[in-house]
Design a protein around this ligand. Sequence first.
Ligand SMILES: C[S@@+](CC[C@H](N)C(=O)[O-])C[C@H]1O[C@@H](n2cnc3c(N)ncnc32)[C@H](O)[C@@H]1O
Length: 265
Amino acid sequence: MTSADDAGIDPRLLLGDFSSSLWIPRYRAGTWGPWTLSVILMTGARGYWGKTYGMAGTTILTGPSEGSDASWMSIVPAEIESQEIGIAAAYGHTAVLGMGMGWCAANVALNPAVERVTVVERDPHIIELIDTLGILDQLPPEARAKITVVEDDALAWRPDRRVDSVQADIWAKFVEPQKWDDVRRIQTNTGATSLYFWGQEMELYRLACRELGHEPERLDRATIIRLAESTGLPLVHPDWPDYADRIVAAAPWWTPKDGKWWRAE
Ligand SMILES: C[S@@+](CC[C@H](N)C(=O)[O-])C[C@H]1O[C@@H](n2cnc3c(N)ncnc32)[C@H](O)[C@@H]1O
């Protein structure tokens, strides 16, 4: 079950007691430049919102990050849950920044509110990986036809047509010191009317910690929305009544363990 044959592996079969209505392509193991796609055994994994799930394994993309190799993407509950808000909010012409395993881009294209998807990826090896494995070609033709892939730096890319929404995932970690600066650059360059970035809940939690001077035990929805609006960015927030509770439940798992992490820029 853990080796990928020519037909590829269906990662859904490895998800154990986690389920998702989102689309998942088949992958095959291999190496493309500094990037490796492999299938590994896992007995369990924590979802983005803090719950644990029994699992059998996953398909994982590792590649260069800060001088060593890091996991950039895998088909696990945390990755699925941390991208589904942005996938659901996408509409019109959506820019998906960062291709990775192509999973998010494919699901954005499947959203009926989305007319066109531009994927911006800086690494040609990743584009080759997605091409060789035919990841996007596994989509229904009408969804596949929405997608254009551009090789460029997402922090410098300027669209040649209006972008309605952005889904940005160009980082290896949920919390990174320069994330807010990166996101501001993306917003300035794209002029999108709606923006979701991977891990944005943990970065909003950081803003809450700074305002309070400590990590909160509780947060309410009005505070999260006020903090999101204070950034001046058109950040997406779901209408879930428990959005703030979920953020507080997720934060211990996805933020650094150093008690003062939130003070840093
Ligand atoms: C975390 S992965 C994206 C995973 C993706 N959301 C998925 O569903 O598979 C990040 C991707 O962003 C790319 N990337 C990193 N920095 C970038 C940049 N400045 N511009 C464009 N792509 C970048 C990486 O090469 C990698 O393919």
